[in-house]
Design a protein around this ligand. Structure first.
Ligand code: HC1
Ligand code: SF4
Length: 549
């Protein structure tokens, strides 16, 4: 521990702390811009400067370690003026169309400019020419908004190990883009959208599909069915001012009904189905010398990563479609037949926490007889926009229930959205199947949480099954390398493309870096899903009582 003084307050903090962290302990939130906890700690933007007594220059608090006896000032005229000039300089080369910007009101640069009381930009000079790349199915890049903070670059490189985005050119011409200024769709980008949720401004966003969904809703000939991914209910409330980790299942369903969807179903139902299918596939592989380890295939970011970087593991992927694709296929076949609706007149919308799901739904193999399983994928953020466009007062909505049959789900389906959830759901069903009993011990705590690699050996009916759970494709790569070298061996692995699983997918509400410093949103949002599990009476996928009413 070291003792130091921050703005005349004496405090004792661990010696590994940075000044930024130490200031937080005395309730001082030093402004930052390029800083993103655990992902981008490079002290590049110079917004977080502080004065250290005796030091010649101002220091970047996000990277400067504390030391015994330090005397620090975080709010002096010199600091305020310097920070202001730094932000003014960034703004002078920024496309400042705030009113019509995607990130209006969720932009970290905008709030910083407001805090620093910037009302005009003193230096208006040459501006770099921006380009928009909207060729991919999932991600749009607008370089005129980019402030070169490097957050996306480091997340893409270190957390995802994809290295699609990088600093290109030099000096005034510096840009962040794929190498050789390629479009995202010409690269092995996995469309995870982790760059989007790391971006403080609007340089990266999802490819929106809201208008097509409004058109379908307004077309009286079209029967529009919506389904919601497990993780959406754990974050949608944030868009309406609720705390991180609020569970808003009932209000989400109510808002979808208000928006005019003809049926509101739950991807959790598809998740239960996936468990039944995938569980049987695993048993079949175990009993028939099939390809092992079997690896989950529900995260499309991970599937793309596997295809581009580890094609030798493609046969290890479960052959099951992901839950929302399964449910889409069922809606257009079983449901269409039961309800006597021409499947060509059905439009399926998936609300997902994920940007990669947009590309998954567009894959040619996700089409049956020329009809797509899922016609449009909207992110949680896009759903929030629709609710706001319709002027629905979300917080005042009475909770509503999913529509019967394909809206029924168990607690096992609900936890899919958190890392470890798919594995836990599968184990609940496998354990009952292999022991022939209805087990009461159904919580597998050793595969919950945000550790990078989680492993367990589980005895199921006399058979030991070795399992692993990883999240974030850098961790997936680490695990696959260990398997390749023979260091590790498993029967079944859950891999999710994003760190934390779907709850922190690239389509979830933006959370400012300063908030991410105080709380781990992966943990908070996952709590909402585990809560949803415990309040369900049925908590095993094979107990799903689905009947068409
Ligand atoms: Fe997911 Fe899945 S859990 S992939 O993270 O298997 O996106 O939430 O919907 O399909 O169920 C996402 C979440 C989601 C699928 C399920
Ligand atoms: Fe990198 Fe994912 Fe963004 Fe693609 S979507 S650039 S892989 S972070």
């Amino acid at each position: 521990k070291v003792t130091l003084t921050i703005d005349n307050i004496t405090v004792e903090v661990p010696k590994e702390y940075t000044i930024l962290e130490a200031a937080k302990t005395v309730g001082v939130d030093i402004p930052t811009l390029c800083f993103l906890k655990d992902a981008n700690e490079i002290g590049a933007c110079r917004v977080c400067l502080v004065e250290i007594q005796g030091a010649r220059a101002l220091q970047a608090s996000c990277v400067h370690p504390v030391a015994e006896g330090m005397v620090i000032k975080t709010n002096t005229k010199k600091l305020r003026d310097t920070r202001k000039s730094t932000v003014e300089l960034i703004l002078s080369n920024h496309n400042r169309e705030c009113l019509t910007c995607f990130r209006n009101k969720s932009c970290e640069l905008q709030s910083l400019a407001e805090e620093l009381n910037i009302s005009e930009i003193p230096f208006e000079g040459e501006k770099t020419v921006g380009t928009i790349d909207d060729k991919s199915t999932s991600i749009v890049r607008d370089s005129s908004k980019c402030i070169l903070c490097g957050r996306c670059v480091n997340v893409c490189k270190n957390v995802q190990k994809t290295s699609i985005l990088e600093f290109t050119n030099r000096g005034f011409e510096t840009q962040i883009s794929p190498a050789f200024n390629k479009s995202m769709n010409e690269t092995p980008c996995i469309y995870c959208g982790q760059c989007i949720v790391s971006c403080p401004v609007a340089a990266l966003r999802e490819k929106e599909d809201i208008e097509r969904v409004w058109d379908a809703i307004e077309d009286p000939e079209i029967h529009v069915v919506v389904q919601t991914a497990p993780a959406v209910r754990a974050a949608l409330g944030e868009e309406f001012g609720l705390p991180i980790g609020s569970r808003v299942t009932g209000k989400m369903v109510a808002s979808l009904k208000r928006l005019g969807f003809d049926q509101v179903f739950d991807t959790n139902f598809g998740a239960d189905l996936t468990i039944m299918e995938e569980g049987h596939e695993l048993l079949h592989r175990l009993q028939n010398n099939g390809k092992l380890p079997m690896i989950t295939s529900c995260s499309p970011g991970w599937v793309r990563y596997c295809e581009f970087n580890y094609p030798e593991f493609i046969e290890n992927l479960s052959t099951c479609k992901s839950p929302h694709q399964m449910l889409g296929a069922i809606i257009k076949s079983y449901y269409a037949e039961k309800q006597q609706i021409d499947p060509k007149k059905i439009f399926v919308v998936s609300i997902m926490p994920c940007t990669s799901k947009k590309s998954e739904a567009a894959r040619p193999e996700m089409t049956v007889d020329g009809l797509r399983d899922v016609d449009a994928v909207l992110t949680t953020r896009e759903l929030a926009k629709m609710i706001k466009q319709a002027r629905i007062e979300f917080l005042k909505l009475e909770d509503a229930e999913f529509d019967p049959a394909l809206g029924e789900y168990t607690g096992a389906g609900a936890i899919f959205g958190a890392t470890g959830g798919v594995m836990e759901a599968a184990l609940r069903t496998l354990a009952d199947t292999l022991t022939g009993q209805e087990l009461e011990e159904i919580e597998y705590h050793n595969i919950r949480g945000v550790a990078g690699i989680k492993e367990a050996e589980i005895n199921l009916g006399g058979q030991t099954i070795k399992i692993a759970v990883v999240h974030g494709t850098a961790m997936a790569s680490k695990l696959l390398e260990m398997i390749k070298s023979g260091e590790k061996e498993y029967h079944f692995i859950e891999i999710m493309g994003c760190s934390g699983g779907c709850v922190t997918g690239g389509g979830q509400p933006h959370v400012p870096a300063r908030v991410k410093m105080d709380c781990d949103i992966r943990v908070e949002r996952a709590k909402a899903l585990y809560e949803e599990d415990t309040v369900k009476q049925l908590r095993k996928s094979h107990e799903n009582p689905m009947k068409i009413h």
